[in-house]
Design a protein. Structure first.
Length: 78
């Protein structure tokens, strides 16, 4: 389901509701969520690093968490 569809369904349900406590709680929650969301602006260098990482993943050039942990453990033993 797309974001717009979810929003439309929420609006319909809100309009049908007579539950004041529910509506007040929903309002407080949405108001808090909207205030805490931040937009991050990435530098060109950061965007390039992300693109390179995505290319590596697509090529299968990455370590699993387990493999990375093993390499770290081996490195720390030296």
């Amino acid at each position: 389901m797309k974001t717009a569809e979810i929003g439309e369904k929420l609006i319909r349900e809100i309009n049908l509701s007579d539950n004041k406590n529910l509506l007040e709680e929903l309002y407080r929650y949405l108001n808090r969520e909207n205030r805490t969301q931040r937009t991050y602006n990435l530098s060109d260098e950061q965007k390039l690093a992300i693109e390179e990482a995505r290319e590596q993943i697509n090529k299968g050039d990455y370590l699993t968490s387990e493999e990375a942990n093993q390499e770290i453990d081996e490195w720390l033993k030296r």
